[in-house]
Write a protein that binds this ligand. Structure first.
Ligand code: PDD
Length: 284
């Protein structure tokens, strides 16, 4: 089964796909993206991802692109690849023009997509729990827009790997715990879940939203409020959430054990509930 790409209306093997060097995505990071995954051939929370893509485009003042065209391309990629557990990247740049900070009038957006099997989190990491470091958040102040400018995220992830950990957690200069390098973050303390509120400083994760609704249905106490690193270290459980991450327990942060240093019951329960919902093909 082939890994495929879509470039402005054409489908091709990934290794044949090219973008022009004067694409503003390449020159200025002037683009937005989405990542959508399927379970048993069904795309999980597709409409919610497309809503966010449209919000991201509006956030950068891109002209709108027909949703039905984007959906048709996604379905075609999913059909042709045949992957039951596919990961689809959709990336839209403002377009191609001779290099100039100012935006050329009439520039046309460049739409690319790729499809591959999801690179799953190893089962043993889920079982024993991940380790993380905290890093100061040096990203710009519109992290609610899913732009392709991911350098701070990428460098923070590498710093975590270089120090023998699995991921990094962004913390503001004032000590507010924000999110992971490609995931949102929840803590569980005395039976209550807390996650950073939706502000300009975090991505409004689709998995985060699904989990808030799951908690509501399961009568789990959850709040969206700010908390600091001391509260993070003292939590009974910590987990990261995202389209690939799903619900990933974190049992060690900055060398300190979280709770008993093993995966906690609430994290397990939420992971099971999320999987159940995704496998049933339901949006939350
Ligand atoms: N990243 N926060 C950040 C900074 C992210 O990059 C992501 C997702 C999330 C979780 O969002 P969602 O639940 O909608 O996947 C939170 C994707 C998966 C990526 O960069 O590949």
């Amino acid at each position: 089964m082939p890994d495929l790409a879509y470039v402005n209306g054409e489908f091709m093997p990934i290794e044949k796909a090219m973008v022009p060097i004067e694409d503003r995505g390449y020159q200025f990071g002037d683009g937005v993206y989405e990542f959508i995954a399927s379970y048993e051939g069904r795309l999980f929370m597709l409409e919610e991802h497309l809503d966010r893509l449209e919000r991201s485009m509006r956030g950068l003042a891109f002209d709108p692109i027909s949703r039905s065209e984007i959906k048709a391309a996604i379905f075609e990629l999913a059909k042709c690849s045949g992957y039951p557990r596919a990961g689809i990247y959709i990336q839209i740049s403002r377009g191609t023009a001779p290099r100039n900070h100012a935006i050329s009038p009439g520039i046309l957006p460049q739409v690319i997509m790729t499809i591959r099997p999801v690179k799953e989190i190893p089962a043993e990491l889920r079982e024993k729990g991940a380790s993380a470091i905290t890093v100061q958040d040096t990203r710009w102040d519109r992290c609610d827009i899913k732009t392709i400018q991911l350098l701070a995220n990428s460098l923070a992830k590498q710093k975590a790997l270089d120090s023998g950990c699995d991921d990094a957690i962004f913390v503001s200069a004032q000590g507010v715990v924000r999110e992971g390098t490609s995931s949102n973050l929840f803590i569980v303390s005395d039976g209550r879940l807390t996650t950073h509120p939706l502000t300009n400083n975090i991505l409004p994760g689709i998995t985060r939203a699904a989990i808030l609704r799951i908690c509501e249905k399961a009568n789990l106490d959850v709040e969206e409020s700010f908390f600091d690193t001391e509260t993070l270290y003292r939590a009974d459980e910590v987990f990261l959430t995202g389209t690939v991450t799903e619900v990933l327990p974190v049992v060690r942060i900055d060398g300190k054990s979280i709770g008993d240093g093993i995966v906690g019951p609430t994290t397990r329960r939420i992971y099971d509930l999320l999987r159940k919902q995704a496998l049933a093909g339901e949006s939350a």
